[in-house]
Design a protein around this ligand. Structure first.
Ligand SMILES: Cc1cc2nc3c(=O)[nH]c(=O)nc-3n(C[C@H](O)[C@H](O)[C@H](O)COP(=O)(O)OP(=O)(O)OC[C@H]3O[C@@H](n4cnc5c(N)ncnc54)[C@H](O)[C@@H]3O)c2cc1C
Length: 306
């Protein structure tokens, strides 16, 4: 039985893994994919200590740092679907029937792409409906596209598309952009971009591939069809907390409720950190810090029972 199993492979989990190894806790990190969400970002400018780094390079440097410690077992490519209580701790279970037993569990499984849930979205996924702009922007050279979402992910998707698409409509539900103003300035600097505020997407249209998007202006109530070949869905994330549903308290969004001093969940022995938790802000640096805080607190708990 491990002292701690860490679920996840983003900044929260990797920082936790490094601290668990340094504290000589017997530990395992179990990740579906050992890399955080921002791996798709071209340019990260706020990882403290580095002015500019690609998401890929950042994820690689974190992985290298983790692998420099041999005191932690690393299981990459394993999805944990359930955590259960057992005598003396918990067991994390995978669909391939692997069992990871531990005295404590840190859930650092972050978030996954939120979907629109409108007709045509599922049908045209991979046929013009896109969830990763960094991966697929070059496929839309010379085409008109729509990006849905006024947060940072939406703005970054627009910037990914600027070198390729001929026209980019940025659809925002409200009358405000939620993303960083510095990124918004870059978006507004391109003549290819048109921002449509108060605009809601209703249906993705097409035959074999996407050919349009039905939208409504929520102020006038007028519905229209926009001829676009690509629909980039960038409306945030949903927390990957299903494996502890019913075991620990979740908020209405499905985020694991934690004590912000310690990272403890509502159940003794389970911690959460990063985007899967109800911590107010979702950022790489914060996820890394919260992963460390939770691990140090789990260490105190195992060592001193507090
Ligand atoms: C496009 C984009 C750009 C961003 N840019 C920035 C930026 O410039 N600066 C910044 O500070 N933040 C940025 N963010 C936000 C930042 O990426 C997140 O706040 C951060 O990644 C959260 O880290 P995390 O470790 O909590 O979770 P995540 O990074 O989401 O990592 C979750 C990990 O858990 C694994 N996992 C998920 N479910 C399971 C499971 N059931 N079993 C096992 N493993 C599982 C995943 O494979 C992954 O490894 C960006 C986000 C996006 C989407």
């Amino acid at each position: 039985m491990y002292d701690i199993v860490i679920l996840g492979g983003g900044p929260a989990a990797v920082s936790a893994g490094i601290y668990a190894a340094r504290k000589k806790m017997s530990s395992a990190i179990i990740a579906d994919n050992l890399a955080g969400q921002s791996i798709v970002s071209d340019d990260i400018n706020n990882w403290i200590g580095i002015k500019s780094i690609s998401g890929f390079a950042l994820a690689k440097s974190m992985e290298d740092h983790l692998r420099a410690y041999d005191g932690i077992d690393i299981f990459d490519g394993e999805l944990v679907t359930k955590v259960e209580r057992i005598e003396g701790g918990f067991v994390a279970l995978t669909p391939s029937e692997k069992r990871f037993e531990a005295k404590t569990v840190l859930v650092a499984t972050g978030g996954s792409h939120r979907k629109l849930g409108i007709p045509g979205e599922e049908k045209f996924e991979g046929k013009g409906v896109v969830f990763c702009s960094t991966c697929d922007a070059p496929l839309f050279k010379g085409k008109d596209v729509a990006v849905i979402g006024g947060g940072n992910a939406g703005l970054e998707a627009v910037l990914d598309l600027v070198p390729y698409a001929s026209k980019i409509y940025l659809l925002v539900r409200s009358e405000k952009i939620r993303g960083d103003l510095a990124t918004l300035d870059k978006v507004k600097a391109s003549e290819k971009v048109e921002i449509l505020y108060n605009t809601v997407a209703n249906e993705v249209l097409g035959d074999v591939m996407v050919s349009g998007l039905k939208v409504t202006d929520s102020i006038s109530g007028i519905e229209r069809e926009m001829p676009v070949s690509g629909v980039f869905v960038e409306i945030g994330t949903v927390p990957n907390s299903d494996m502890v549903k019913g075991l620990v308290e979740l908020d209405e969004k499905g985020e694991i409720k934690i004590d912000c001093r310690t990272g403890r969940s509502s159940l003794v022995g389970i911690w959460a950190a990063g985007d899967v938790s109800d911590a107010l802000y979702k950022q790489n640096n914060l996820a890394a810090g919260d992963g460390i805080k939770a691990t140090l607190n789990a260490y105190d708990y195992i060592r001193n029972g507090i």
